[in-house]
Write a protein that binds this ligand. Structure first.
Ligand SMILES: [Mn+2]
Length: 362
């Protein structure tokens, strides 16, 4: 049985508002989801698991119709989904009375239930959020069943999958060690946006399909797996159009502002123009150069510029210029302290920085 496990698609989100690329990102989240459905069709995936937060907020009726239309075009794939804390099935939710295509099963109950997919000989256990926060550990005592609710025995070779959403204190806390021993063939989790695979236990957070905010650094995609009589094999598949990344640009004491712009432009081109960056300037810069933050921001998809570079002080000149004030006294005092050169350099550097900061505040 071949499956794809996705979660936290957050349809309807518009990340990075106030940036030039924000509108495009809202569209890309939809496009990536439909691209994933294309992938399921190409690969003739048996089962598509959606572990909550398909939508970023309550879905509109027409949005459900759009998504359902795309589901209905799948010729082979069975879709099974739950609602998460972002799109809970509250009393007014459009989810509640929506009629899905025959190949779609959407858990509606706010407590654990199951569906049995006969053609896949697979039982899937799940529930949907009916509110934004659930503090009870509702997955703690779920175990694969031996019998159907009506007492008939399940086939002994049936596959058992738990579909869940949460894992922090306010969203169904999960005792991972306990869950590892529960005996499921696979546990498909959502809510934590960073993909994580517990390979031995066959438990995974698929992570957000596309990163949804600047905290979602690193690669994003989905989990793909096969379950046969002996075992479950799962792998993370990178799939997102973009990634949030930190990019460090080292500066040197002889670097001018224009040179930094050139260096940054080159570094961005090498790193990939689609990705979204937090720039970090590191190294040592000339004490009298200041970099043009606005122009750096315009070089690509730049969320922020953090200047961690440190000025290259000329201590001899500083002493000459400040012999009669507190800076001169500070340098004088350090020179006579019984510490080695490296420590003295560090103390000088930090001291000068503190003076600089204090002066800027005046
Ligand atoms: Mn969530």
């Amino acid at each position: 049985m071949k499956f794809i496990h996705t979660a936290d698609i957050h349809l309807g989100a518009q990340p990075d508002s106030m940036t030039a690329w924000s509108r495009a990102r809202a569209d890309e989240i939809w496009e990536s989801f439909y691209r994933l459905l294309d992938r399921a069709e190409e690969e003739q995936t048996d089962l598509l698991l959606i572990a909550g937060d398909l939508f970023h907020r309550q879905p509109l009726k027409r949005e459900l119709k759009e998504v359902n239309y795309h589901f209905s075009k799948l010729t082979h794939t069975q879709v099974v989904a739950i609602a998460g804390n972002h799109d809970p099935m509250t009393g007014q939710s459009n989810y509640l009375d929506f009629e899905w295509a025959p190949n779609v099963a959407f858990f509606r109950k706010n407590h654990m239930s199951y569906i049995y997919l006969e053609h896949l000989n697979t039982v899937i256990y799940g529930m949907s959020y009916d509110r934004k926060e659930i503090r009870e550990g509702l997955y703690d005592n779920v175990r694969p069943m031996k019998r159907f609710k009506d007492g008939r025995p399940l086939p002994s070779d049936a596959i058992h999958i738990l579909l869940g959403h949460g894992g922090d204190a306010d969203h169904i806390p999960i005792q991972m060690e306990r869950l590892k021993r529960a005996g499921f063939d696979y546990v498909a989790l959502g809510h934590i946006h960073k993909p994580h695979l517990y390979q031995k236990a066959a438990i995974a957070y698929a992570g957000a399909l596309e990163p949804v905010d600047r905290g979602d650094e690193g690669e994003h995609g989905y989990m793909a797996g096969i379950i046969d009589e002996e075992r479950t094999l799962v792998d993370f598949v990178p799939f997102a159009k973009r990634a949030y990344r930190k990019l460090e640009v080292p500066v040197t004491a002889d670097m001018t502002g224009a040179e930094l712009l050139d260096r940054t432009r080159t570094a961005l081109a090498e790193a990939g123009a689609d990705d979204i960056y937090s720039l970090i300037l590191s190294g040592v810069r000339s004490a009298d150069v200041s970099f043009d933050r606005d122009r750096l921001m315009q070089l690509g998809n730049i969320l922020s510029v953090t200047d961690q570079s440190v000025p290259d002080y000329d201590y001899y000149r500083l002493y000459q210029e400040n012999a009669d004030n507190i800076i001169g006294m500070f340098i004088e005092r350090l020179k006579t302290m019984p510490v080695d050169q490296a420590v003295r350099d560090k103390a000088l550097f930090h001291g000068m920085r503190a003076f600089d900061h204090a002066q800027r505040r005046d």
